[in-house]
Design a protein around this ligand. Structure first.
Ligand SMILES: C[S@@+](CC[C@H](N)C(=O)[O-])C[C@H]1O[C@@H](n2cnc3c(N)ncnc32)[C@H](O)[C@@H]1O
Length: 237
């Protein structure tokens, strides 16, 4: 295990790409964890193509899945990419995916929202023995949860690890990121726009107002779990 790591970002709240600055950083780290330049990749929760755009080796196929039609439209296309607009929790999708061969399954900043992580890890393991995934865990926004006495809704990192350990021989690391803002309003705007909270509205108007007034830190906290399968890369045919 690599020890928890803390990284700090201070960006002007109005700057371009502000709202996915952490996801971009996470995608870079995911790419750095991929070894042996796998040629046939499946990306679950691909978004607008952050992972695809960072790949700097030759590919035979890149299959990208996202539930958002808009994200699928934004994802880069070329003769060897297939972009599928689907829910990655859907069994029907896997009937189709099982007909393809993947050297690696990648998922960055997305699996924290799935309704059953155990099912997802199992599904991934049936498609490939190689995976690199990153997901936001419950340490994300922890001070907000503490202050407003809400239960965190993001996965607990220990439980997430236990789930992946059932299906893969894994290694993992945890990174903590602090993102600095000029004021509390900017922080709460970020939470709303970044998509990190998965669109779940858990705070009442009064709770939000109290938090904006009393949130004690200059930054928002993020906890990201990175999991990589240890099995050496092999071609799936
Ligand atoms: C924070 S974005 C990350 C996008 C990209 N992987 C990246 O690293 O920038 C999470 C993506 O997961 C997608 N997503 C969330 N739940 C999903 C699901 N059940 N099935 C497919 N895609 C999903 C969202 O639509 C969104 O595009």
């Amino acid at each position: 295990m690599i020890l928890p790591f803390e990284k700090e970002f201070s960006k002007n709240a109005s700057s371009y790409n502000m709202y996915n600055i952490i996801q971009k950083e996470v995608a870079k780290k995911v790419i750095s964890l991929i070894e042996n330049s796998p040629k046939r990749i499946l990306d679950l929760g691909c978004g607008s193509g952050e992972i695809f755009n960072l790949i700097n080796w030759n590919l035979e196929s890149f299959t990208a899945v996202d539930i958002s039609k808009k994200m699928c439209e934004l994802h880069p296309k070329n003769p060897y990419t297939e972009v599928i607009n689907a829910n990655y929790e859907d069994d029907e999708l896997y009937e189709m995916l099982r007909r393809k061969k993947f050297d690696m399954v990648v998922s960055s900043s997305s699996l924290q929202w799935c309704s059953n992580l155990d099912n997802m890890a199992k599904k991934i393991s049936k498609l490939s023995r190689n995976c690199v995934v990153s997901l936001f865990c419950e340490g994300t926004f922890k001070t907000i949860y503490k202050q407003s006495k809400l239960e965190p809704f993001l996965p607990n990192r220990k439980e997430a690890l236990e789930v992946f350990e059932k299906y893969f021989d894994i290694e993992y690391s945890i990174e903590n990121y602090n993102l600095f803002f000029e004021d509390n309003i900017a922080k709460f705007r970020y939470i709303k726009k970044s998509g990190v909270s998965g669109g779940k509205r858990r705070l009442s108007f009064k709770q939000t107002k109290d938090l904006i007034k009393n949130y004690p830190l200059d930054y928002l906290e993020f906890e990201v779990l990175y999991i990589r399968s240890k099995i050496p890369l092999y071609r799936a045919d």
